[in-house]
Design a binder for this molecule. Structure first.
Ligand SMILES: [Fe+2]
Length: 457
């Protein structure tokens, strides 16, 4: 893919930012023309006397199909900075999920939360506004994941973050996000999501005037193992679900100043920081396939049954992070987007089930078809491994008596699911301290009485 010029100013409106399209393909972008070497990646003399830096997202020796890295051409190399010291700020980010840890409170109980808004968020930035809901494993061995929510109203200024523990998939609910990365800027409003991979420096700000209270609220899936890919399509064919062309990567953007900046690093579940007297966003050009990206959920090409039965929810998978077992995901990111329901002689909402996978859901906007009430935008639910769940009593009654005409599930309903093969161990904050758990959620199924016509013995 050819090079494109990027903006070098901060005056670009978020909605006017430029992007390149594609998923996982090699991309190049130059904020100053002629910055990428014509031959090779690391010539003796780099154009414009820039420094060459390689950022790898996979081991050097990973097969070509899976190899991810990027060559950065920057004003100064990342290595020049003051020593790491502990970062003081965040309160509730948990990275290890073993049951014996004091901050962990595992439960198989069905859980549902009111909108996960957090007091005091106005004065917090993105890093300090993250609260961990649950997860599995530990980042040290690169296996597991963490599920977080965020609430913040303060921009990051001259602070940036990079995560050595995993990749972040960020799903905003309210408040447009402006995500500045070493590769350029991403505008991520509600109904979009973005992925910022391990090791990439970035900062997240809320775009002024995009939420009623000036706050940004949303969810984060952090995966410790591997990277996300678009799922295989199998018999669907070569098109459909999330199309590669709809993923967007930034164009190069750089800052050239000598102001003091703080770079925060999440490493082994702890936070560190260092100072440097220049912006970390000084990459003038890049060439690679390890680049943050965004995606508009409204472009998801929904597939479904046009005959009978409600398909497995995996048909709605946008991205997956595969485990070592074929077909078993470390995490699937799934979207329930507006779609037509046309199945004949079918119970159309999701069926009752006991899933060997764990399901964390969040509502971005609108109403979810299995729960008419109680699952609000900004709210969430967790149905852990083997825990029974399904439609509530009211939804069941309506669905079993409905006239099965084709109907469209709301034009503006978007819910998502983080589905994982792991048991999700919840945090004490999420279960006992956040004050958002709906204590009566288990009663959603209380009205499902015995209605069978089989006579009792
Ligand atoms: Fe489920």
């Amino acid at each position: 893919m050819g090079a494109q010029n990027g903006s070098t100013t901060t005056s670009t409106k978020p909605e006017d930012l430029k992007y390149q399209n594609g998923f996982g393909n090699w991309q190049e972008s130059e904020a100053v023309p002629g910055s990428i070497p014509e031959r090779g990646y690391a010539p003796q003399k780099v154009p414009h006397n820039l420094y060459t830096e390689c950022l790898s997202g996979t081991a050097f020796t990973v097969p070509r199909d899976h190899n991810q890295r990027a060559w950065l051409y920057r004003l100064q190399p990342s290595a020049g900075h003051e020593p790491f010291v502990p970062y003081k700020g965040h309160e509730s980010i948990v990275s290890s999920f073993y049951h014996f840890l004091p901050e962990i409170e595992p439960t198989p109980q069905q859980l549902r939360w009111d909108p996960l808004t957090v007091k005091g968020a106005k004065d917090k930035n993105f890093i300090d506004g993250i609260r961990t809901i649950g997860g599995a494993g530990d980042p040290q061995m690169k296996d597991g994941l963490a599920i977080h929510c965020y609430n913040f109203g303060k921009n990051m200024g001259n602070t940036s973050l990079y995560n050595s523990d995993g990749d972040y998939l960020i799903v905003p609910v309210t408040g447009d996000l402006l995500v500045t990365t070493e590769f350029g800027k991403l505008h991520v409003p509600s109904k979009f999501f973005c992925v910022v991979q391990r090791g990439i420096k970035f900062k997240v700000d809320v775009v002024e005037g995009t939420s009623e209270d000036g706050l940004a609220q949303g969810f984060i899936l952090e995966i410790y193992k591997g990277h996300f890919v678009i799922p295989e399509l199998g018999p669907i064919g070569s098109n459909g679900l999330a199309n590669a062309k709809d993923f967007q990567t930034p164009v190069a953007y750089y800052e050239d100043n000598d102001e003091e900046h703080i770079v925060v690093n999440k490493f082994s579940g702890k936070f560190f920081q260092f100072k440097q007297n220049r912006s970390p966003f000084d990459v003038v050009a890049f060439s690679g396939n390890y680049i943050p990206y965004r995606y508009d959920l409204r472009k998801f090409n929904v597939m479904g049954s046009v005959s009978y039965d409600h398909p497995d929810p995996s048909i709605h998978t946008v991205l997956t992070c595969v485990s070592d077992v074929p077909g078993v995901a470390v995490a699937d990111f799934v979207v329930f987007a507006p779609r037509w329901m046309v199945m004949e002689d079918t119970f159309r909402p999701p069926w009752f089930h006991r899933n060997v996978m764990s399901e964390f859901m969040g509502n971005i906007c609108g109403t979810y078809d299995a729960k008419a009430e109680g699952f609000m935008p900004g709210g969430a639910s967790l149905h852990n491994m083997n825990t029974p769940h399904g439609p509530d009593a009211d939804t069941y009654k309506k669905a079993t008596t409905a006239d099965l005409k084709p109907h469209k599930l709301s034009d503006d309903s978007y819910a998502f699911m983080f589905e994982t093969c792991y048991q999700v161990a919840t945090t004490k904050w999420a279960v006992s301290e956040c004050g958002k758990v709906q204590p009566d959620y288990y009663k959603a199924w209380a009205g499902l009485e015995r209605i069978s016509t089989i006579p009792r013995p």
